[in-house]
Design a protein. Sequence first.
Length: 391
Amino acid sequence: MAGGRVSADEALELYRKAPTHLLGRLADAIRDRKHPGRVVTYIIDRNVNYTNICVARCNFCAFYREVGASDGYVLGFDEIFRKIDETISVGGNQLLLQGGHNPDLPIQWYEDLFRAVKARYPEFKLHALSPPEILHISRINKLTTREVIDRLVAAGLDSVPGGGAEMLVDRVRRILNCYTKATSDEWLDIMRQVHQAGLRTTATMMYGTVETDEERLEHMLRLRDLQDETGGFTAFITWSYQPEHTEHGGYEATGVDYLRTLAMARIVLDNFDNLQASWVTQGGKVGQLSLAFGANDMGSVMIEENVVRAAGAAYCMDEVEIVENVEDAGFVPKRRNMHYEVLGDPIFRERDVPRMLALAKARADGDASVPEELKNYPARSRAGKQLRLAQ
């Protein structure tokens, strides 16, 4: 309450022993101190997963498909352009672009895509490629991660999402089979390099698998240390592991656990200005309640989502519903960009926009089309080479 920094021991005592209402009150006081005026922001963007083919094989993921799988896909440039057009039509200004670790997409594919997007939509933002994706691109192209970052920035990359962090504890990463995808140090160092390159990023945490309370806090404290060093993170987002259809299995953490974890993030991450509510995994009402537990942002309208839905969560809120939830909780909704600059009032109050009552998918079920431009890029896998020859 005095504005001081909590230590690891103090944070653990609060997390384990403080009543939930007290954690909420502390987190809400910090939110109010950082964001007076009761403004709650959100962004209109689209979460596009450009491929589901992935060699990482994380055991908590229900989205990925192996190389050569009949339902594996790579989106074509024209498909992505259509998704951008639809995003702009409802007031969106950004694409959140993430995907699997596809061995048959060289760095030139990403560069050409980014340049094509910027040529066609000069003001549209690319919030793209998590640290493990950057590491994957560096490995298959035999480049340093800094070389990859610099080339992608030159091609049009605007900011980097915080995906692939899971839990920044290598014991946990080994159990979840994501250690070889990126170690904790590798994830943090790539974010450091992105910040040094002048870009801002977000940070995330997926909890509820095998980690301990101490390890959840270790994750937050490592992020706090890097933020002290670079100041490059704009926001923190945490969500619970979604177990359905995954190899790891298990159970989903409760909504109360989510609210306590969110509140602890607001208390521990004193150098992060913004905390997002994860209504995508928790639902609209817990998302709304998040605003009393430290969150000052409702995240993204999203428009499309594939990864969480593959694991069983299919919550959807368009701009109208997000605004209603914010106002019903006693806050003032404002649109923002990735840098948390306020852009204005809700778009739907300025002009007619189509209602979105279900999240879009990457592709229609049964669509196995292969993009024509893939033949322009060399493949590494046997299945990828055969596909190129068939074209």
